[in-house]
Design a protein around this ligand. Structure first.
Ligand code: FAD
Ligand code: UDP
Length: 392
């Protein structure tokens, strides 16, 4: 085999985490090589146009949101923004519901107009008084009671995680806001917007702003180890895989996506349902919490991207257990999984010259802004250790 080329940093994974690290380290003068086993960069946030010309999120909908001006400031160096009030619906008992639960949902539930005060009184009467919710069931029934929990949360969560909400961290269902006013936005964060030209365009600019960083697609970590020697490794893949699953596999949830595209003509008869010309359903996302529907949600991302095109594409998401060969989309936020992760984290702490960062390497159910923040922090630690190098 030919001699290995020596580089400063080998970065495994070209998602948010790897690309932010590369941008920071290469701008400090360090020679970075980024590898990804996929044939594109962007990780799970990658977007592209499909055969119908519709901009889609192939790995599930990615709604950028954050409360951090620092993260917005950083990413704004690579993109402008398309502000979106992310609104969705839930479909249960044969009808669409305003969701997440808000005053409109309450009116739909009781079948007549109501006020915030009336809804608050109703909640006080129906919610179960639990001081410190210990799991995802308690976090919802302590806010809205059992009926609304069973309608919107129990079945969805069982499908998504193949675990009862009682066996999941409160943070899982606790992600979903519950409001007594008419604010029906799905997310709570202050800043809600998509990169104006999409995530892939933003990552492209990030790469162009990473002097000398080399990207090698279709190259996995094993192959990279044979091609390069390096001073330091940044690893953003699954932590159990790094350690050959020596303590057994960490649990992940995976997904199967089913895409369907429609022409303008085909959409005409859907107008009564979608309420808009050129769309298939009434919102960018419709959740299907009922057990007899095999998917959890249908996403029509065109509602959010604002793309002007006659055709549309919808994507049904079918959750499944992760088995080798599947994408490990979700770490499982539950006590047993965390315990196993801690054993791998202890090995990682003893690993010299290696940084583990990102959703998979730290086994955290983290959003894009959170992994960006983590990568900026990890890069700052490395720059404190290695300093800045004058470029030749
Ligand atoms: P990833 O994006 O997973 O990137 C890791 C990369 O490493 C991958 O490209 C992978 O191919 C590569 N890799 C792994 N192992 C190896 C190896 N051995 N060799 C080479 N390459 C390797 N966040 C939000 O903020 N808003 C949302 O609405 C949202 N929706 C989501 C919906 C779904 C269905 C999923 C799964 C996630 C969602 N997220 C959302 C989370 C978001 O995807 C992550 O926070 C973010 O993409 C994580 O970036 P990352 O770089 O850490 O990991
Ligand atoms: N959830 C639910 N019903 C819904 C939407 C969400 O029970 O209609 C629960 C479910 O357990 C889900 C979690 O809340 O996994 C978080 O939902 P979110 O939409 O934030 O999940 P993600 O987009 O990360 O898949």
């Amino acid at each position: 085999m030919a001699d290995k080329t020596h580089i400063d940093f080998l970065i495994v994974g070209a998602g948010f985490s790897g690309l932010v690290m590369a941008e920071q380290l290469s701008n400090a003068g360090w020679k970075c090589v980024i590898v990804d086993k996929r044939d594109h960069f962007g990780g799970n946030a990658y977007d592209r146009k499909d055969e119908a010309g519709v901009l889609i999120h192939p790995y599930g909908p990615h709604y950028f949101r954050t409360n951090s001006p620092r993260i917005v400031g950083y990413l704004s160096r690579f993109t402008d923004w398309h502000p979106v009030d992310y609104t969705i619906k839930s479909h249960a008992a044969g009808r669409y519901w305003s969701f997440p639960i808000n005053l409109n949902t309450f009116e739909e539930w009781i079948g007549r107009p109501a006020t915030t005060a009336e809804f608050e009184t109703w909640l006080e009467e129906h919610r179960e008084k639990i001081d410190k919710p210990a799991n995802s069931e308690e976090v919802i029934i302590s806010q809205v009671g059992r009926d609304l929990y069973e309608l919107f949360f129990e079945g969805y969560t069982l499908k998504q995680w193949q675990r009862h909400p009682r066996d999941l961290d409160p943070s899982v269902c606790g992600r979903i806001p519950i409001r007594t006013n008419r604010d029906d936005r799905y997310l709570r964060e202050e800043f809600q917007a998509l990169p104006r030209e999409g995530y892939t365009a933003m990552f492209q600019r990030m790469l162009e702003s990473s002097p000398g960083a080399e990207l090698h697609l279709g190259v996995d970590f094993e192959e990279a180890k044979n091609r390069w020697s390096y001073t330091h490794l940044v690893y953003t893949g699954p932590i159990d895989e790094y350690f050959d699953r020596c303590y057994g596999p960490l649990p992940y949830r995976s997904l199967r996506f089913e895409h369907e595209s429609f022409t303008a003509d085909e959409l005409v008869e859907r107008e009564a349902i979608s309420g808009k010309q050129g769309f298939w359903q009434p919102a960018m996302q419709v959740n299907y919490p009922e057990a007899d529907v095999p998917f959890t949600r249908i996403v029509e991302i065109k509602h959010a991207t604002g793309q002007q095109t006659d055709a549309t594409t919808i994507v049904r998401e079918f959750p499944k257990a992760w088995t080798p060969g599947d994408e490990p989309f979700y770490p499982v936020p539950a006590a047993d999984a965390k315990e196993l992760y801690q054993r791998y984290a202890a090995l990682a702490a003893g690993e010299e010259n290696t940084t583990f960062t990102g959703r998979l390497a730290t086994y955290r159910y983290y959003n894009m802004d959170q992994v960006t923040g983590m990568a900026l922090t990890e890069a700052a630690k490395l720059l404190e250790r290695f300093g800045v190098r004058e470029r030749a």
